[in-house]
Design a protein around this ligand. Structure first.
Ligand code: DLL
Length: 447
């Protein structure tokens, strides 16, 4: 059963609700945020021109750079007296992007996250180990409030501290784990190193997100932990986690809370709206936010939308697993490459582990990719046995096997992404593990 009956509204009733909320948010930002007054005026549009949800396309976009240009408080639609929380996303360069919440926003956040937990089958019977970072990052507190709202027992352990995570998984009998998928795999690796059996933990489900991951990666996590792995999505500019989430019944697309966050897909180059089913950039209008609503925020995330009703009964539009961010896309010799495409190819190979980093270098005028991937401990052990053998034949065979594996990965990557890559096989535990968002690309090209 969904958390809120709104999740099963007919699409007609939903559109009515969305139209009302869009009108309201336009009035709010036009009256209160000088940035939007100016933007609307430049487009020659007044809030009264917005009659229904289809009119959203008349509105101006908001970009990440607009948040930076108005740093720190310029986009707030409320005086600081009413702001009860400020988060910020780190960003790789320069100032962070700042987001604000009033009491109603915090309440809305707990509500949408309660939907996310319910989607994942989490109830008051569960013990939720929350290993998303607490702090300026929205993952920790967002998951915390939602898990409390469904009545689960929340363990606010935050990110990092891997051995302690394992101890609590065992001692507190956590049934749900919330963290990035890459951190989940790290926890698993450390469990293996410590020779801890899965039988000593009660984990049943994980709510993983905050970074792109593939279906192949999901399979790895599910098989290793013997749990269901649910993809959850969000971004601080819109609210944090709680924008969309898969349901445990279908695990087929992420139900997007579109009565609060109106989604569109656009062509990232032209800004033109694209129909359901087409892949493009997700744009979101946070209609119910009060402290800092954003109009047509360009998320940079590449996905598509499917309006068909899900077998779980929810009527909300489903968002396909995010393929990556438009700005993470590498353009290599004219070909667009997403790290997630490389990941899905790598994980098809049984001999390699789900730990990789893609290096991009410039040789002369050409860009080259080097895919560094770890082989599994099992593969490594088999190799080591041969190296130790005094039998020359076995030794030669080992070298051939390595070359064969490397060539096979090279070929598979080329088949999928269309460019040749170098592949470097690395021994287990040589690629840096992540306790938060994993870094998958090392771009060494001169800026
Ligand atoms: O990562 C919010 C969050 C926390 C989501 C915990 C899920 C779980 P930011 O730090 O602002 O917020 O980063 C947002 O992360 O635009 C995507 O590029 C990426 N992202 C988030 N969830 C997913 C996901 C949080 N499930 C940015 N799949 C977004 C792929 C994701 N990418």
């Amino acid at each position: 059963m969904p958390w809120n009956p709104e999740e099963t509204l007919s699409r007609q009733d939903l559109a009515k609700l969305q139209s009302e909320r869009l009108q309201k948010v336009c009035e709010r930002v036009y009256a209160r945020v000088p940035f939007y007054t100016k933007k609307f005026d430049e487009k020659g549009i007044k809030p009264g021109d917005i009659k229904n949800i289809q009119d959203v396309t008349k509105l101006p976009f908001t970009k990440k750079s607009d948040l930076r240009d108005n740093y720190p408080y310029g986009l707030f639609a409320e005086p600081l007296d009413n702001i009860v929380r400020i988060h910020a996303s780190s960003g790789t360069t320069g100032k962070p992007t700042v987001v604000a919440y009033n009491r109603n926003d915090i309440n809305l956040w707990a509500e949408v996250m309660a939907r996310t937990f319910t989607c994942a089958g989490v109830t008051n019977k569960d013990v939720v180990q929350n290993a998303y970072g607490y702090g300026l990052f929205t993952g920790g507190l967002g998951a915390h409030y939602g898990a409390e709202r469904v009545g689960a027992s929340v363990i606010p352990i935050s990110g990092g501290n891997t051995q302690k995570q394992i101890m609590l998984l065992q001692d507190f009998g956590s049934t749900a784990l919330t963290c990035t998928p890459s951190f989940a795999l790290y926890i698993y690796d450390v469990m293996c190193e410590m020779k801890i059996s899965l039988d000593t933990i009660k984990l049943r489900v994980g709510l993983f997100g905050a970074e792109p991951w593939t279906d192949e990666m999901r399979r790895e996590v599910e098989e290793r932990f013997r749990i269901k792995a649910i993809d959850i999505y969000g971004l601080s500019e819109v609210i944090g986690p709680g924008v969309s989430s898969e349901c445990i019944e279908a695990q087929n697309g992420l139900h997007l809370n579109e009565h609060h966050f109106y989604p569109e897909i656009i062509n990232p180059e032209t800004g033109d709206p694209l129909p359901y089913g087409s892949e493009g950039e997700l744009v979101v209008t946070s209609m119910s936010r009060e402290a800092m609503p954003l109009i047509r925020y360009r998320t940079g995330d590449i996905t598509s939308l499917n309006p068909e009703k899900c077998k779980c009964g929810r009527t909300l539009v489903r968002m396909k697993r995010v393929r990556g961010r438009a700005d993470d896309m590498l353009i290599i010799r004219g070909v667009n490459v997403f790290p997630s495409q490389v990941e899905s190819v790598l994980l098809r190979s049984e001999e390699v582990a789900p730990h990789y980093i893609i290096e991009v270098n410039r040789k002369g005028r050409l860009d080259e990719i080097n895919v560094n991937v770890e082989v599994t401990p099992k593969f490594m052990e088999a190799m080591a046995t041969k190296v130790l053998s005094t039998d020359l034949k076995a030794f030669v065979q080992e070298e051939e096997e390595l070359i064969h594996l490397k060539r096979e990965i090279q070929k598979n990557v080329k088949d999928i992404i269309g460019v040749s890559t170098e592949v470097t096989l690395r021994p287990p535990n040589t690629i840096q593990r992540s306790e938060g968002k994993a870094k998958r690309v090392l771009d060494n090209r001169p800026k």
